[in-house]
Design a protein. Structure first.
Lengths: 241, 241
């Protein structure tokens, strides 16, 4: 016996009749390639026949507003997703070969320039090596001619801070940098925003402002500047293209 | 010097002026929690002031239609995303404690029942152990009282097929099951859809239909039934709630 799946499917659809009319089916799509789109089309066609509305969106929203949810597999991981990001549209510099600098690094650059700090031949310490803050800030400081030490939880020592002229913080550990750890007169740029007790905190204890010659508070320091740098990057990319 | 990030940001926004008006900024959101939403709100506010339209969606679409793209990190991986899927809306049975059976397993169940096959005390072999086909089909067959052997690339032997009464295929290897590997009269349910040379193929060589007593072709066998089972699951969940 050769099973006629289409016929059986038809009978089941007929059996469902009007029972699902007006229901909403949420659809989370993590990888919108051609194969995925073709699966979605097949499901959407059945939904239409049954009077079920298909709503594409993000899971928390769909979980609130839909009767059922399809998570269309595969879901790409971060690396796979970023590999699909075209560099000429990548305002955050997250793709493999970005054409602009990360917004936080642009903010650090702006702050140094407005404070009249020349980084060349200075000792700079960057805490953290993440894609958003640490890695691009270290690259910026190298490009500006500083000698750069990068410290992470597993590499380098906080002792390096003792003779650093410029410090960029990107660890996300609220208040763990204390004034005693720093060289007086240091340029301290705190991009380590995290939440502690429901309020935004930087990596630096606010008392660090007493020893620093240049200090960026959290909130109200690096954050707002980094946000607008997204748009300056957008302008750069738009003008290039 | 304490850096006033807000003021610097204001000056940069003023400097951008009208240069970005009418541009479109795509936004890929992989994890719509409160922290993420708050970051998105901050960026959207700046976009609005600059006359930039923010468009949320999936990367391939945004890459075609926007001038710049933000991938709002973190992107959840599959496991993290599925952990957020409420079981009472989970029509595909992908969450940790699903309330319905996976659509493919429902399709297998429907096919067995329509073909008048009683699985109790039969020997069943399931090829593949994936979340969508292999694992839920093996569970179904166990629930129906069959003795079930699961074969994957690293576990079990295809020799098991020789005396299997019921076989469910979910490997995604086009045409690799040949008639010689099967017991004559086998119930052969092929859910192993894959693409080969631009056309849909099952795991079974179509010649298997000559030795099988029940055979599901690809396309037109399990696939269409599994799709409508999504909707039968939706009805089950809607009625429960």
């Amino acid at each position: 016996m050769i099973i006629d799946g289409k016929k059986i499917a038809e009978e089941i659809v007929a059996g469902l009749g009007e029972s699902l009319r007006g229901r909403r089916l949420g659809l989370v799509v993590g990888n919108a390639d051609a194969a995925t789109e073709s699966f979605i089309k097949i499901k959407s066609r059945v939904a239409e026949r049954l009077g079920v509305e298909v709503v594409r969106g993000e899971l928390p929203y769909l979980a609130k507003t839909c009767d059922g949810i399809i998570v269309q597999l595969p879901i790409l991981n971060t690396k796979e997703l970023l590999a699909q990001l075209p560099p000429e549209k990548d305002v955050d510099a997250l793709s493999t070969r970005p054409l602009v600098r990360a917004p936080v690094a642009e903010a650090v650059s702006e702050i140094l320039s407005r404070a009249g700090v020349a980084a060349a031949n200075k000792k700079a310490v960057v805490i953290g090596a993440g894609k958003l803050v640490g890695a691009p800030s270290a690259q910026l400081l190298k490009d500006l001619g500083a000698r750069v030490a990068v410290i992470t939880q597993t590499h380098g020592s906080l002792e390096e801070l003792k003779d650093a002229d410029i410090v960029v913080l990107g660890a996300g550990e609220p208040g763990f940098i204390k004034p005693e750890m720093l060289k007086p007169g240091v340029v301290l740029i705190d991009a380590g925003t995290s939440e502690a007790g429901g309020k935004l905190m930087g990596d630096a204890d606010p008392r660090c402002s007493e020893v620093a010659s240049v200090f960026t508070p959290v909130p109200g320091g690096v954050g707002p500047i980094a946000v607008v740098m997204i748009f300056r990057n957008l302008l750069t990319l738009v003008r290039r293209s």
